[in-house]
Design a protein around this ligand. Structure first.
Ligand code: HH2
Length: 274
C-alpha cells in the first residue's frame, strides 16, 4: 500500500497504527468531561503518546447518538489550545470535526489530518480541506448524530456504505485531493444496527481492496456492550477482540481510547502473524 500523506508526516502503514482518542468535550459517550479542559486534554494526549499512540485524534464535539451540537466557535476554542500544545509532540495530530470552519482553523494551526464523521459530504467541507497535504478520514454515517440511531434501514449495508465511501473518494479527487491523502472508515455505530456493524466488520477486506487505508473505531462502543453485556468501563477486553478482528481483516488505523492495552494486543497478534 502506498504511504499515507499526513500533513508533516508520511505514514508507511506496513503495520496497523494506533490512533489515541482525546475528547475535549463535556459529553463524549465514554469519557465525557474527563478531558474537557485544555490542560487535562493535553496531559492525556501526552500520556497516550507515551503509551505508544501513533497518532492522536482531538475532538471538540461529541457525536454520540443524540448529542447536542456545539457551535464552531466553541469547538475551535476547545481544540485549538490542545493542537498548539501538541505541535512539538512528534506525532500526527488529527482533528475530529464535521464543521468546515473548524477544519479551516485546525489546518491553520497545523493539523495533520481532518477526521470528518460526515465524510466530507458538504461542498464547504471539501473546499476547506482540498488544498495542502493533510490526510482526510472519510467516515460513513447515516443522517446525523441526532437521528442516526432512529431505526436505521439499509437495502444492503455493505454495498451502500462502500458505495458512499467510493463516491466521496471520487468527489475529493475531482476537487484535486490526491488519493494518497485519503483514509476510509465504515463508521461503526454511526446509524447502524448491531447486525449492520458486524456485517461491515466482516466485509472489511472488500473495503481494503479499494486500495486506501481503512480506519476502524470500535473502542468501548455499544456494539461491544451488546455483545458482552458490559457497561462502558468494562469493555476493554471486548474492544481489544474487535480491534484485532478488524486488524486481521486489513484495517490499518485503529481508533482507540486504551492505547497501552491496544498496543500490547497488536504486538502479540503481529508477532504471531509474522
Ligand atoms: N467514533 C467516534 C468519534 N469519531 N471518527 C472516526 N473516523 N471513526 C469512528 O469510529 C469514530 C470517530 C465516537 O467515539 P468517541 O470520540 O469516543 O465519542 P464521542 O463522539 O461521544 O466524543
Amino acid at each position: 500500500m502506498t504511504p499515507l500523506a499526513c500533513g508533516r508526516f508520511e505514514l508507511a502503514l506496513d503495520r496497523p497504527l494506533v490512533m489515541g482518542v482525546v475528547n475535549v468535550t463535556p459529553d463524549s459517550f465514554s469519557d465525557g468531561g474527563l478531558y474537557a479542559h485544555a490542560d487535562a486534554a493535553i496531559a492525556h494526549a501526552r500520556r497516550l503518546i507515551g503509551e505508544g499512540a501513533d497518532l492522536v485524534d482531538i475532538g471538540g464535539e461529541s457525536t454520540r447518538p443524540g448529542a447536542a451540537p456545539v457551535s464552531p466557535a466553541d469547538e475551535i476554542a476547545r481544540v485549538a489550545p490542545v493542537l498548539e500544545a501538541l505541535r512539538d509532540a512528534g506525532r500526527p495530530l488529527s482533528v475530529d470535526t464535521r464543521r468546515p470552519e473548524v477544519m479551516r482553523a485546525a489546518l491553520a494551526l497545523g493539523a495533520d489530518m481532518i477526521n470528518d464523521v460526515e465524510g466530507f459530504r458538504s461542498r464547504a467541507a471539501i473546499d476547506a480541506v482540498a488544498g495542502g497535504r493533510a490526510a482526510l478520514c472519510v467516515m460513513h454515517m447515516l443522517g446525523d448524530p441526532s437521528t442516526m440511531q432512529h431505526a436505521p434501514v439499509y437495502r444492503d449495508v455493505v454495498s451502500q456504505v462502500h458505495g458512499f465511501l467510493q463516491d466521496r473518494l471520487q468527489r475529493l479527487g475531482e476537487a484535486g485531493v490526491s488519493p494518497a491523502r485519503v483514509v476510509l472508515d465504515p463508521g461503526i455505530g454511526f446509524g447502524k444496527t448491531q447486525e449492520d456493524n458486524l456485517r461491515l466488520l466482516r466485509a472489511l477486506p472488500a473495503l481494503c481492496a479499494a486500495g486506501r487505508p481503512v480506519l476502524v473505531g470500535v473502542s468501548r462502543k455499544s456494539l461491544i456492550g451488546h455483545l458482552t453485556g458490559r457497561p462502558l468501563d468494562e469493555r476493554l477486553a471486548g474492544s481489544l477482540a474487535a480491534m484485532l478482528a478488524a486488524a486481521a481483516r486489513g484495517a490499518r488505523i485503529l481508533r482507540v481510547h486504551d492505547v497501552a492495552a491496544s498496543r500490547d494486543a497488536l504486538a502479540v497478534w503481529q508477532a504471531i502473524e509474522g
